[in-house]
Design a protein around this ligand. Structure first.
Ligand SMILES: Nc1ncnc2c1ncn2[C@@H]1O[C@H](COP(=O)(O)OP(=O)(O)OP(=O)(O)O)[C@@H](O)[C@H]1O
Length: 231
């Protein structure tokens, strides 16, 4: 089951710097949300607020579950532990061989992070996040350092896993294709102090293709929206 999130009149400032300005947002169980916004618009701050690592300056955030899985841009694996030991470290009772198989890592359990490509390391990070059986999976620019074929292959695996487990996803990216590949709904932010400038429902099917006319049409629409919000 996926987590639900309710955000009411949320504001966040750091000293005199106002970052989030009156956000109101409902995220449904099992919904896949992507946040798009200019640098400094508070995307990571919002994720940190959700995770309880920051406190709102005003307003509130209600999250129906605390079972969260995180994947960050930089692989945060323990370098002196093997892939398997990195996973055991998070959840020694988890189905490690099952998750390794799902994420195409079965042959790599005994490898150390430095022996893996960036894409494989990010797969291990994802495995680690999924091993806690999250009700909310948070992806903070998780694939931005990877090339498109690698990130697409990982996103396809996330989608397959999501279809089975129905967790909620909140992802941050700067990549419009990635956003359209992953999301049910895209939230577009203005520059800081950011407001939710627009929301775009992604009316594409479960199996998405970058070259389908529907995808290309939405990509053009999204590009227009992002450019007009980024002022
Ligand atoms: N703990 C903090 N103390 C002071 N300022 C902070 C703190 N955390 C974030 N900020 C500031 O808040 C603003 C928003 O930062 P945040 O990292 O959330 O933006 P972002 O939208 O994720 O940016 P990017 O796309 O570049 O990653 C920035 O100006 C940042 O310097």
């Amino acid at each position: 089951m996926g987590a639900r999130l309710e955000v009411r009149s949320l504001c966040k400032s750091f000293g005199s710097l106002s970052v989030l300005n009156n956000w109101n947002l409902n995220i449904r169980e099992s919904e896949r949300i992507v946040l798009l916004g200019p640098s400094g618009s508070g995307k990571t701050t919002f994720l940190r607020l959700i995770a309880g690592l920051e406190k709102p300056s005003s307003g509130e955030i209600k999250l129906s579950s605390q079972r969260l899985g995180f994947v960050f841009q930089e692989p945060r694996l323990i370098p002196w532990r093997t892939v398997e030991d990195n996973l055991l470290f998070v959840n020694e009772k988890g189905d490690i061989s099952g998750i390794l198989e799902k994420l195409r890592l079965s042959g790599f359990a005994g490898f150390f992070p430095a022996q893996l490509s960036g894409g494989m390391q990010q797969r291990v990070n994802l495995a680690r996040a999924l091993l806690v059986e999250p009700e909310l999976l948070i992806l903070d620019e998780a694939f931005s350092s990877l090339d498109l074929p690698v990130k697409t292959s990982i996103m396809k695996d996330i989608n397959l896993h999501w279809q089975e487990k129905h967790f909620t996803i909140i992802a941050v990216t700067h990549d419009l294709k990635e956003a359209l590949f992953l999301a049910d709904r895209i939230i577009i932010l203005s520059p800081a102090p950011s407001v939710i400038a627009r929301e775009l429902p992604v009316t594409l099917g479960k199996v998405r293709s970058f070259s389908s006319p529907e995808f290309l049409h939405l990509e053009g629409q999204l590009l227009d929206i992002v450019c007009s919000a980024d002022r």
